[in-house]
Design a protein around this ligand. Structure first.
Ligand SMILES: [Mg+2]
Length: 371
């Protein structure tokens, strides 16, 4: 079944996070922007995907609209592996990690949604999974920039909502201690987003060693310094990384260096569902735990739910701790008592609510058609 058209669009939703907004890449992060990719086939079916954007959404969208979508239209929508190889090879000299691979990830997720719809099966079933129950979720708090009062307050709120795992995006030990005091019965994780060169990271890891962190995430700058990351192993805190790692071979380098205990590939960044499956198999073969990166609320989040339900032994889903004004994928992006449900319908199991898309649309939809 041939791909006849691909559309990109952005839905932009205001949110609150219990404190002042964080800025990322020079932009204040006060709205949740989702870059949606809609793929249509000649039989009239429609699949939805999501490409990683964040502060760089416009760059991903340019890659999608100008290069990647034109390469994909006219191809067989069911030929996902061959299309992955063809497109990623076509754009490899433009970057093996970044806008072009993010753009393709959005299309690839939509192709799996289409495959599920065409076969009448939910994605978890296509991946060989059993009917899932609810999955455990952890609250991924945004950054309160070391304000321990806010960290404590928001950690306590997340705990009261039922979360039993809470991740901080902070860089200080007092933040960890504030979270532990606010939620003594919860697992606390610390994500420092590549804040430190290895000598400083080792000092930090030494000071955190007795704090019982569930994991320490991306402690080393730059993220590809596998040896620097591996040098933190001696402090005994489980090390997590991978959201900035390029595909299967990037994860092979991390794992072969003995640098990670927990792999964190991101389905909207790494190349989509097929690449996630390859990385999960690699991690399984090396005894490395898998905790997918999923700080988003669109089809990428839904894909993460299905992958986690079907392929992970002990899934724990990352959910950004924010209060959105609306979401086109409700109720599947909502956490109840620290758990999240997995859609049962064909494909990803949830198309976006057109009224919400319309109300929160940002800019125009761009359509690429088969010529
Ligand atoms: Mg992270």
């Amino acid at each position: 079944m041939l791909i006849t058209a691909i559309e990109s669009s952005v839905v932009s939703v205001p949110f609150t996070m219990g404190g002042p907004y964080w800025s990322f890449a020079g932009k204040t992060w006060d709205r949740l922007d989702i870059l949606l990719v809609k793929v249509e086939t000649e039989d009239g079916l429609v699949g939805w995907g999501e490409a990683f954007g964040h502060a760089g959404l416009d760059a991903t969208r340019a890659a999608l609209d100008h290069i990647v979508a034109p390469l994909a239209v006219g191809a067989d929508a069911g030929d996902i592996n061959a299309l992955t190889r063809k497109i990623l090879h076509s754009v490899h000299l433009l970057g093996r990690n970044g806008a072009f691979v993010y753009a393709f990830s959005g299309i690839e997720i939509a192709l799996w949604d289409l495959l599920g719809k065409r076969t009448g099966q939910p994605l978890w079933r296509l991946l060989g999974g059993s009917r899932p129950g609810r999955l455990g979720a952890y609250a991924s708090l945004l950054s309160y920039r070391g304000d321990v009062d806010l960290v404590g307050k928001c950690t306590a709120e997340a705990r009261a909502q039922g979360y039993r795992g809470i991740k901080l995006h902070e860089v200080t030990r007092p933040s960890v201690l504030a979270a532990k005091e606010a939620a003594p019965d919860c697992e606390i994780m610390l994500d420092v987003n590549c804040a430190w060169l290895p000598p400083v990271a080792r000092e930090a890891a030494r000071s955190l060693a007795g704090d019982g962190l569930r994991w320490l995430e991306e402690p080393v700058w730059p993220p590809e310094d596998t040896a620097g990351l591996a040098s933190l192993k001696r402090y005994g805190i489980p090390l997590a990384a991978g959201e900035n790692t390029a595909g299967l071979f990037g994860f092979r380098a991390l794992i072969e260096a003995g640098a990670i205990d927990i792999a964190q590939p991101s389905v909207t960044k790494v190349g989509g569902i097929g690449e996630m499956m390859r990385i999960i198999a690699l991690a399984d073969a090396h005894g490395v735990e898998m905790m997918p990166h999923s700080p988003y609320f669109g089809p990428g989040f839904l894909a993460t739910l299905h992958l986690s339900a079907a392929l992970l032994e002990r899934p724990l889903v990352e959910v950004l701790w924010m209060d959105m004004e609306a979401n086109p994928f409700d109720p599947w992006v909502r956490v109840t008592d620290g758990t999240v449900g997995v859609p049962d319908g064909p494909g990803l199991g949830c198309d976006p609510d057109p009224d919400v898309l319309k109300a929160y649309a940002k800019g125009e939809t761009v359509r690429t058609e088969r010529s």
